[in-house]
Write a protein of this length. Structure first.
Length: 451
């Protein structure tokens, strides 16, 4: 065998092994080149086969008759840009007159087969311009977040979408969120990613964990307040309502409403205030909302009504005061009692992990994105962490958060424990924790237990 044959054989074997064991490495080394060539050479024929071409215009037909030339062929959307990414290709198309973005969206599955890609999704950027995001492999099988993400205040990356894009939790855009999922579906890991992403920011974390604190109390050093039972949760929520009212008094005092003040300088929420006067934003994490809504006695029912009323008030009025809700549960329907439907209507961001029945999926998406219900009930038990994320616009996507162990989340919270703000209204609920050891705790899973 010649040296060239040996080298070629080694390249082929390497490509096969990478595609089997490391699909991301295969894509970056071989796959992106092959996929780009397939798109370039097959584009015209694929668009014609998928019905994404338009017949020639009248003036072109007339010009062909006058010049005795052959009849011009149908035209496909024009490629504006073909950009490779770490997970696939991004193809930006300029639609021809008479074409619609829905036509491209309806043909995504046929485009996936024709270009031999793992997945294809489309979205309309502006009138007449559509972007196709094509993934070369299953990016949700082994989630690898990119090294650089677009972080901002109250905006954190929490998961990876099936099209390879990063899924962000932006509290200033979507103030309140609801996360549903059955046991062992990945809710806890998703919640840890939220806490780990918020820990380095200037934000107060407030937790309500009625499972005796087994999920949130290990992260106590980064929390300004914690409650582990419904009675304490009621007192904590009342304190949050008092804090909200105090923040509104600050905003009202600093609104600067007069005929000489420009509209852009008038304060309507905490983000319009000067930094030296701006109250710290608060994120409230409720681990299992059903424990706050269930009751067995008349006294429990009175407590339950007060808890739900406080949550509804925070959901309706808390955004301008910088109070954001993140509510988790296995079910969130009308069987939890009065006020639950009103609370759910205020939770714009919806995330559903694997659910046990279609009714649970309808609780999450039935009123905002009916198409996402079918996707939610198809999540397999063999893929914990897979979820469907949607919002009030009707759009949705499959996502998966990177696995973060409790030990890793605890170490991140301990590292940023000095950023935990002290809020006077929440001082009685500040968890008592032992001082950190002098030695730095390793981020490995085998790190020693916290003192």
């Amino acid at each position: 065998m010649t040296e060239f044959t040996v080298a070629l054989l080694l390249v082929v074997v390497t490509a096969v092994i990478l595609r089997w064991r490391r699909p991301a490495w295969y894509w970056m080394t071989f796959g992106v080149t092959f996929a780009s060539l397939r798109v370039a050479f097959r584009y015209a024929s694929v668009m014609d086969a998928c019905g994404l071409t338009v017949p020639p215009s009248r003036w072109r037909l007339s010009l062909a008759r006058l010049t005795h030339r052959p009849v011009p062929e149908s035209r496909a959307p024009r490629i504006l840009r073909l950009r490779p990414t770490r997970t696939g290709l991004v193809l930006r198309l300029k639609l021809r007159p008479g074409q619609d973005a829905f036509d491209v969206s309806a043909a995504t599955d046929r485009l996936r087969h024709s270009f031999e890609m793992y997945g294809v999704t489309s979205r309309e950027l502006r009138s007449g311009v559509v972007e196709l995001r094509m993934t070369g492999y299953d990016v949700l099988k082994r989630v690898q977040m990119p090294a650089k993400t677009d972080r901002a205040s109250m905006r954190i990356p929490v998961a990876l979408r099936e099209d390879g894009a990063v899924h962000y939790r932006d509290y200033r855009t979507v103030p309140h969120g609801l996360t549903l999922g059955a046991t062992e579906s990945g809710k806890s890991v998703y919640q840890r990613n939220l806490v780990a992403g918020l820990a380095p920011q200037d934000v107060a974390l407030v937790g309500i964990d009625c499972k005796k604190g087994v999920e949130l109390f290990p992260l106590a050093r980064r929390f300004s307040a914690l409650a582990d039972n419904p009675d304490t949760a009621l007192e904590l929520l009342d304190a949050l309502v008092s804090h909200m009212e105090a923040v509104y008094r600050v905003i009202r005092a600093e609104q600067r409403i007069s005929v000489t003040v420009a509209d852009a300088e008038i304060a309507a929420d905490i983000w319009d205030l000067p930094e030296d006067l701006r109250p710290v934003p608060v994120v409230v994490l409720v681990d299992e909302v059903a424990e706050l809504a269930l009751f067995a006695t008349k006294e429990d029912e009175k407590r339950r009504d007060r808890i739900i009323t406080a949550l509804v008030r925070l959901a309706q009025l808390g955004r301008a005061a910088g109070i954001y809700l993140e509510i988790c549960g296995q079910r969130f329907g009308s069987e939890l009692g009065k006020g639950i439907t009103m609370l759910r209507a205020q939770l714009t961001g919806r995330t559903a992990h694997r659910v046990n029945d279609e009714t649970s999926a309808n609780m999450a998406f039935g009123d905002i994105a009916p198409d996402a219900v079918l996707a939610a009930i198809q999540i397999s038990t063999e893929t914990p962490g897979i979820a469907v994320a949607g919002d009030s616009t009707g759009g949705w996507a499959r996502i998966r958060a990177p696995h973060t162990s409790l030990r890793e989340a605890v170490n991140i919270c301990n590292k940023h424990a000095d950023r935990t703000p002290d809020l006077p209204e929440l001082a009685p609920f500040r968890p008592a924790v032992a001082p950190l050891p002098s030695a730095r705790v390793s981020l490995s899973k085998a790190a020693p237990a916290m003192a």
